[in-house]
Design a protein around this ligand. Structure first.
Ligand code: NAD
Length: 487
């Protein structure tokens, strides 16, 4: 009973009010394996209430000028920034990531999402053409779509949720957001800032719960014409099926099996630490993480030796440890799934050079039941192996050799995903050639994860449909109409 009292209990936020739910889901602290929070287990009734609130708020919010909406978004960004430390602590505890990463990436980027769309919404223009021979002028207008359904995953909880809320409300929509049931705390904390920032009741509604219950209720609701989803490919399939009868507008940001291609003329001093980061940042739980490293044969042995040495220095620690590079994975089930891939690789005859099963993980007694795993490097693995084809979404990366440019492009493109890729070379011509031929929505060369929010973000093939960014998000969160005037 004593432990019961200390649990954090979240509430839905509908129509500007916090509302309790009649059923709850346990949420775990990944660094200890303890239940520490209760998340509302919402369903159809809560979605109905949220739709009603969002419908009521829509005429007023969509009628405001972009400048007025901008002011609200800027205030929200400022309030979030003032509470950065509190949010970073909560994100780290809820997700398992290091506090350092939450402080330097997740929460600052969430602040930036509001500031960025507050500004970018002011700079869109529309097209106009003339047909003098028939006395006509044609132009386009954009209007908000209505109630936007936003569904986000657990790996970058507030970062990805605000990447959806900000452009949706900046464009004049009202929203119903559903964060992952595994990481709901910072979304709930954000609700406390909304009215302070001047977001009118019903403009942002946040409904918590599982995908199968409340997620499906949101996706199936006939009055929600648009769904922006970030998550896994199987869930995207289900969302596509459920939204098909209503012809909903869909944006799907899904998984990846991202290659890094390292040519013999790469600057290894820069490439090795950056490829460690691209493989293991956030426990390898970023859709953009590298999980297949192709290294040109002439430097393969040297690269492997230096890469494994550097991986061993990528410290796994409790999330609050300032010297840790990696914290805990999101859940017990996910940890087991990631480990099962390493077992499959061993069964296929691959070699594990460091990490899982090879090195010893040392943790404080209090964290023995946490979901920790060492960064793991696999080699001598075939391109056909599931570890080289499927998204593992954990701290596991495969390193394989290649001979020629043509060969490596073919192999890099031989998976169903097409989200991101990195290319390392000092030959400018090669960089442009290879980047153009890779089937990926994002290609970083001689760097990783430097984001320009103005430009399109998204994947090809099974990595998704649609793009997000200044113009792309604006296009998605608005309807376009062509008007012809005869004079
Ligand atoms: P997931 O698909 O299991 O869940 C994502 C969200 O969808 C959660 O909020 C979940 O509750 C909800 N959901 C689940 N089933 C649903 C259903 N039937 N109807 C409606 N909603 C449902 O994904 P995850 O495990 O939370 O996240 C990891 C995945 O997300 C990985 O595949 C990763 O690559 C991907 N991801 C992609 C990007 C990107 O921008 N492309 C970014 C981050 C993560």
């Amino acid at each position: 009973m004593a432990a019961e009292k200390t649990l954090l209990v979240l509430e839905n936020f509908i129509g500007g009010k916090f509302l309790p739910c009649n059923s709850y889901i346990d949420s775990y602290d990944p660094s200890t394996g303890d239940v520490y929070c209760r998340v509302p287990n919402s369903g159809k009734a809560e979605i109905e209430a949220a739709v009603e609130a969002a419908r009521e708020a829509f005429p007023g919010w969509s009628a405001r000028s972009p400048q007025e909406r901008t002011q609200v978004l800027i205030r929200l960004a400022d309030l979030l920034e003032q509470s950065l430390e509190e949010f970073a602590q909560a994100e780290s505890k809820d997700q398992g990531k290091t506090l350092t990463l939450a402080r330097t990436m997740d929460i600052p980027r969430s602040v930036q999402n509001f500031r960025f769309f507050a500004s970018s919404i002011l700079h869109h223009t529309s097209e106009c053409t003339q047909m003098d021979h028939v006395g006509c002028l044609h132009y386009t207008v954009r209007t908000p779509v209505g109630i936007a359904g936003l569904i986000s995953p657990w790996n970058l909880p507030l970062y990805l949720l605000t990447w959806k809320i900000a452009p949706a409300i900046a464009a004049g929509n009202t929203v119903i957001a559903k964060p992952s049931e595994l990481t709901s705390v910072t979304a709930w904390m954000l609700c406390k800032l909304l009215s302070k920032a001047g977001v009118p009741p019903g403009v942002v509604n946040i409904v918590f719960g599982t995908g199968s219950r409340v997620g499906e209720a949101l996706v199936s609701h006939p009055e929600v014409p648009l769904i922006s989803f970030t998550g896994s490919q199987p869930t995207a399939e289900r969302i596509t099926q459920l939204s098909a009868p209503h012809c909903k507008k869909l944006s799907l940001e899904l998984g990846g099996k991202n290659p890094a291609i390292i040519f013999e003329d790469a600057n290894l001093e820069e490439c090795i630490p950056e490829t460690i980061r691209s493989s293991f940042a956030n426990q390898g739980e970023i859709c953009l993480c590298t999980s297949r490293i192709f290294v040109q044969k002439s430097i393969y042995r040297e690269f492997l030796k230096r890469f494994v040495e550097a991986t061993r220095k990528w410290k796994v620690g409790i999330p609050s440890d300032p010297t840790a590079s990696m914290g805990a994975l999101i859940s017990k089930a996910h940890l087991e799934k990631v480990r099962s891939y390493v077992k499959k690789a061993i069964a296929e005859g691959a070699h594990i050079l460091c990490g899982e099963g090879v090195d010893k993980l040392s943790l404080p007694p209090r964290n023995q039941d946490g979901y920790f795993m060492l960064p793991t490097v696999i080699t001598d693995i075939k391109d056909e192996s599931c570890c080289m084809k499927e998204e593992i979404f954990g701290p596991v990366t495969c390193v394989v050799p290649f001979d020629s440019e043509e060969e490596v492009i073919k192999r890099a493109n031989s998976v169903k995903y097409g989200l991101a890729a990195t290319v390392w070379s000092s030959n400018v011509g090669r960089i442009h050639r290879v980047a153009k031929k890779l089937q990926a929505g994002l290609v970083w060369t001689n760097c990783w994860l430097i984001r320009e929010l103005n430009l399109p973000f998204g994947g090809m093939k099974s990595s998704g449909i649609g793009r997000e960014g200044a113009k792309d998000s604006y296009d998605f969160f608005t309807e376009i109409k062509t008007i012809t005037v005869k004079h």
